[in-house]
Design a protein around this ligand. Structure first.
Ligand code: SAH
Ligand code: SF4
Ligand code: F3S
Length: 481
């Protein structure tokens, strides 16, 4: 334990890299009774960055805080606890948070009781952890991705005993079931099916920040989805860094496709999942998707690059040809399926020819959307040490050319729905124009249309009048209540 800290545990990159073969225990979380309602008249604000995994974690954090007696606020000025749930995937994700940490410090002047905390993937990185410790000593609470369930204890120490709490574990712990959850949406829910990642793509920090791949028991997942269906949820998104590897660590001969087939029978209108790894996407999963029903006709299938040479250097374990083969199968068995992807440009050593291969693949697949990124070296990952002598101007040009092609695909993917009637799960007022309602179709397309607030949370029929690159404009046809 370090001087000045009452609770201190620092992460280690070496530990985070380790994969120990052992069964992961599942425990049931019981909220400590002495902590329920401990805090009076205090407000919290959580700022969430990064992937859906972090959004799901923030819902658990919120659940714990509400049990402690906190209530939520959206106003920084009135918060008694500001917690940053952070992402480490690229450098710009991190610099944004460092900027914010500097900015919110001033609130402490007005509210000396204000607690500032950081959690999620950034503190899991040894380098970042040390920066937080040295440059941001006024941060009261630092914890990671493996110990969210201990937040009640941490706040007890930090808040009531005025102690500084710094506890980041590198080794993943047990699977903790039953953490209270305050869901952000009323009709859409995240459901973790697994945690961690064992892929070790050479550019990626996630296997270090999230630990070993470990699946929840299918009985727990099915029970959670059943419960959500009973509560009136319309859509569930199954979460994992590589959902197609679901169950492999459990040695129970039950795969992701088996899970989809079981969930297919539950009366909940929509099931989605993210993220799929192309190598592990198997025929049984494609066949499950082909059954339709509540399994939505959209697949996010990150390809990262179209060059076999680069894919190999990325440790993605598939070739361009294998990827295209899976896409062909998907399009054949699930007619009309929308396929989206993630692509990295400027990976170390990427030549013009490699990049052309990526453009060629984009054209061949006809993606209907993509998240595109310039490679960002992450300390501790193998690719951070690869020689990277490509000019940043060239990387930007490549990104620009790629985005142009991707946007054409976005528009084409939207245009195919002009004149069609589609089902839209209404989320609320459109962000750009609050006079309109907006929601997503089964193919995951954003639709704006005029309609009454009472439709929020329902699935309605909308006739598409016009397609734009980023959204569809439609007119309501009929209301299914
Ligand atoms: N588990 C998911 C994705 C997780 S990260 C998967 O395997 O597909 C989301 C996306 O961020 C990745 O698909 C990749 O395109 C991008 N990404 C990850 N690490 C990156 C890095 N170091 N630089 C740039 N982009 C990165
Ligand atoms: Fe990162 Fe690869 Fe794991 Fe996705 S599959 S989280 S890109 S290591
Ligand atoms: Fe970011 Fe961690 Fe998710 S690094 S993308 S928040 S797993």
């Amino acid at each position: 334990m370090e001087k000045n800290y009452d609770r201190y545990f620092a992460p280690s990159l070496r530990e985070a890299r380790k994969r120990i073969k052992k069964d992961i225990e599942t425990i049931r979380f019981e909220f400590p009774e002495n902590l329920i309602g401990l805090v009076k008249n205090k407000k919290y604000l959580i700022k969430t960055y990064g992937c859906q995994g972090n959004e799901a974690d923030s819902e658990k954090i919120a659940g714990i805080l509400e049990n402690l007696g906190f209530s939520e606020t959206t106003q920084e000025e009135e918060a008694d606890l500001i917690l940053f749930n952070t992402c480490a995937i690229r450098e710009n994700a991190e610099s944004r948070v460092f900027g914010e940490l500097g900015r919110v410090k001033s609130y402490k002047k007005h509210n000396p009781d204000l607690l500032l905390g950081i959690c999620g993937c950034m503190p899991q990185e040894e380098r970042v952890f040390n920066i937080i410790k040295e440059k941001y000593p006024y941060i009261d609470l630092v914890f990671g991705t493996h110990n969210i369930h201990k937040l009640g204890e941490y706040l007890y120490d930090a808040y009531l005993n005025k102690e500084k709490v710094v506890e980041v574990f590198s080794e993943e712990g047990k699977i903790v079931e039953g953490i209270p959850t305050k869901r952000a949406h009323e009709r859409k829910a995240w459901v973790n099916i697994m945690y961690g990642c064992d892929e070790f793509c050479t550019y990626c920090i996630v296997p270090y920040t999230r630990g070993k791949e470990r699946s929840r028991s299918f009985a727990d997942i099915i029970e959670e989805v059943r419960e959500l269906a009973k509560e009136g949820y319309q859509e569930v998104t199954l979460l994992g860094q590589n959902v197609n590897a679901y169950g492999k660590d459990l040695n129970i001969n039950y795969t992701f496709a088996d899970l989809l087939n079981d969930l297919w029978e539950i009366p909940i209108p929509r099931i989605r999942f993210t993220t799929s790894h192309p190598r592990d996407l198997d025929d049984a999963t494609i066949q499950a998707l082909a059954k339709g029903g509540n399994l939505m006709p959209h697949l996010h299938l990150p390809v990262q690059s179209g060059s076999n040479r680069i894919l190999k250097k990325m440790n993605r374990k598939y070739t361009k040809e294998e990827y295209l083969e899976k896409v062909a199968k998907l399009k054949d068995l699930v007619p009309g399926i929308s396929i989206t992807t993630d692509i990295i440009v400027g990976f170390p050593g990427e030549t013009d020819e490699d990049f052309e291969e990526t453009l060629d693949l984009v054209q061949k697949v006809d993606f209907e959307g993509a998240f595109t990124f310039i490679f960002s070296p992450r300390e501790g990952t193998p690719a951070a040490k690869y020689q990277d002598d490509l000019d940043s101007k060239i990387k930007k040009e490549r990104l620009h050319r790629l985005n142009k092609l991707i946007n054409e695909g976005y528009l084409r993917g939207n245009q195919r729905f002009e004149g069609e009637t589609v089902k839209v799960l209404v989320e609320g007022p459109s962000q750009k124009n609050p006079e309109l309602l907006s929601g997503y179709t089964e193919h995951n397309k954003l639709v704006n249309f005029e309609g009454d607030q009472s439709l929020v949370g329902k699935i309605v029929d909308v006739k598409i009048e016009k397609a734009y690159t980023w959204h569809l404009r439609g007119i309501i046809v009929e209301n299914h209540s």
